[in-house]
Design a protein around this ligand. Structure first.
Ligand SMILES: C[S@@+](CC[C@H](N)C(=O)[O-])C[C@H]1O[C@@H](n2cnc3c(N)ncnc32)[C@H](O)[C@@H]1O
Length: 279
């Protein structure tokens, strides 16, 4: 028997109380998506019966949430830099921290004039698509090793109507020979195998998180190869762990980048490092 939307909303919120510290908000998002409406529509539908298909969808998502699946995977969508990104367990959930990498990119991309930009390890496509939307004149390229993740990124690009050259493969390997970029960005895996955060991240793809024994392996591979793919004066911007700033600056200096700078997030932690090649 169908229940009114308002009752369903209250029931979902009460069930989610055991796993969430904002159960009413999570319940609203889930019911909105189940009904295909925004918040205002939800308010108007409080007394209407919840359609059977929506009730079933909702029940499945609540069960997954109660089993510990992160909310963005239950919703199937998550917001990044003002873009609604489709997400599933094949991709890392885009983090607000990564918006600093986008800010850094935009600081190096004047509004006028074409620039070629590369996003390595694009995952859901978050960084590439945020830059593509903010700088439509930029020629955007993105590489991803996981075919399942690349499919999510391509779907996001299509749905958002943003053009990116999507390539499957290992870091720089799939790029056309001789192509040079003004700006290379990456939020690569940077956790070490014994990182204490890993258990809390067990639902996210491990190949998006784990770099190797030290955590610096992917950052080092990208920093070392990047000069061969940048124009003179080109810039590399890397997101990394809060304790890795000094090591990443050393990697950039060793690769020939002048005066690498680390940018702090709002909490004062070193999270993004950039450097330019000599002009
Ligand atoms: C930390 S996630 C970042 C995802 C996305 N850029 C973001 O910021 O939300 C790292 C991504 O790099 C990809 N990756 C890992 N090793 C790679 C490699 N050797 N070549 C290309 N992509 C790789 C992973 O599959 C994952 O999608």
């Amino acid at each position: 028997m169908s229940v009114p939307v308002g009752d369903a909303l209250r029931k979902v919120a009460s069930r989610l109380g055991v796993v969430s510290d904002q159960p009413e908000q999570e319940a609203r998002w889930l019911v909105e998506i189940a009904l295909g409406c925004a918040a205002a529509g939800l308010l108007r539908r409080g007394d209407q019966p919840l359609p059977a298909a929506a009730a079933q969808w909702l029940d499945e998502r609540v069960e997954r949430r109660l089993a510990g699946l992160p909310l963005p995977y239950c919703l199937g969508t998550w917001s990044f830099y003002g873009l609604e990104m489709a997400v599933n367990p094949a991709v890392l959930i885009p983090r607000p921290d990564t918006e600093s990498l986008v800010e850094l990119a935009l600081g190096h991309l004047p509004r006028e004039g074409a620039r070629r930009v590369l996003d390595l390890g694009t995952g859901s496509g978050a960084v590439a698509l945020a830059v593509a939307r903010a700088r439509p004149e930029a020629e955007m390229w993105a590489v991803e090793r996981s075919p399942e993740a690349l499919a999510v990124a391509q779907g996001n690009g299509q749905r958002l109507g943003l053009a990116v050259h999507w390539l499957a493969g290992d870091w720089f390997a799939p790029l056309p020979p001789g192509l040079r970029f003004d700006l290379i960005l990456a939020n690569p895996p940077y956790l070490a195998a014994d990182d204490p955060h890993l258990p809390a991240l067990r639902h996210e793809p491990q190949e998006a998180l784990l770099a190797g024994p030290t955590g610096l392996e992917c950052l080092a591979a990208i920093a070392t190869a990047a000069p061969g793919h940048l124009v003179p004066g080109g810039v590399l911007g890397l997101e990394h762990g809060a304790e890795q700033g000094e090591a990443v600056r050393a990697l950039l200096r060793a690769a020939g980048f002048a005066q690498p700078r680390t940018h702090r997030d709002l909490a004062g932690r070193e999270r993004v490092t950039s450097g330019s090649l000599p002009a």
